[in-house]
Design a protein around this ligand. Sequence first.
Ligand code: NAD
Ligand code: UD1
Length: 337
Amino acid sequence: MAVLVTGGAGYIGSHTSIELLEEGYDVVIVDNLCNSDKIVLERIKELSGKTPKFYEIDITDKEKMEVVFKENEIDSIIHFAALKAVGESVSMPMEYYSNNIGSTLVLFELMKKYNVKNFVFSSSATVYGDPETLPIVEDSSLSVTNPYGRTKLIVEDMLRDICFADKSLNVAILRYFNPIGAHKSGRIGEDPNGIPNNIMPYITKVAVGQLPYLNVFGDDYDTADGTGIRDYIHVVDLANGHVKALEKLSENPGLVTYNLGTGKGYSVLQLVNAFSKASGKEIQYKITERRPGDIAACYADPTKAEKELGWKAKYGIDEMCEDSWRWQSQNPNGYKK
Ligand code: NAD
Ligand code: UD1
């Protein structure tokens, strides 16, 4: 029996595939490589000592996806594949709706036909909008402000409807806080196209001299140093959360929802300082305007995942920064030669 990992060549999917292979799962990866590189598959093999089956397919193509279900005995699906750039989603909403929602519909149609019952979904803390209370618990109110976030909330709603109608399904909605860091080996990591939108890849590109300085988006928030606070989580901890979620689904829980975060918030300036300490590199920065749509603070209450999944983040901010730096310094151009 195999786990189908969609988007398994991407940042979080590649780290999760390694953890799954190390735990003894058979892994089938489907990725159209729209935001990743084939070389990732070689690195997964190098790090795990195992070769996952790979299909270069667009998941919205139901006919091609059916071949994957025919050729493999799929037991569970972890659905990472999605478009994820907030700014781009505002200018190209159709692509985001069609890819992120369309891919999930195709998977559920095929799950029904091939009797697959277990599904893990990559959601995001973005579904909490501007939280009313901190830390954020899973039953907080949900709201979103951009098309990317809306695709996550729409899929979550869809999953709740589908599971209400079919009690034989088991679905884990995992709401990630802010994944950073990389595999300890420095062989796989985050490799965004162009100028990064998210903070850690931006900082690491400043550190290797590819960008002159970091723009700190606002220092007038209602936080201790005025800069935005987030719950950064090591991508390997996040990957392990998926292994725990699969174990949970084997107990037939129906639909379950978990925050995957550390529960600790760090400001932009605290993150910059932690990175400088870990890398020995001074990070130049300038305070600029707030970024539209940003919120002051966002961090998880991860108690539910700890109690019900037996999962807790192990790595702290120093290791996250060290591992991000090892990846970027050893691969200054990411996966590109
Ligand atoms: P990523 O872009 O690195 O990985 C996504 C992978 O999916 C890529 O390899 C891409 O080529 C593939 N893909 C996209 N559309 C596809 C399609 N139609 N068919 C086949 N492959 C397709 O992103 P990531 O950071 O690893 O994120 C994984 C998931 O986690 C996404 O659903 C994302 O929305 C969610 N998420 C990410 C973050 C984050 O900060 N990275 C935070 C919260 C949630
Ligand atoms: C962003 C997305 C969110 C998505 C998440 C993970 C927006 C508005 N939100 O969240 O939907 O789920 O990424 O992919 O884009 N910062 C700077 N300078 C930079 C970049 C960021 O100061 O160059 C600050 C931000 O203001 C924020 C913090 O760093 O306070 C983290 O930013 P980022 O990494 O983009 O993540 P989020 O804004 O939390």
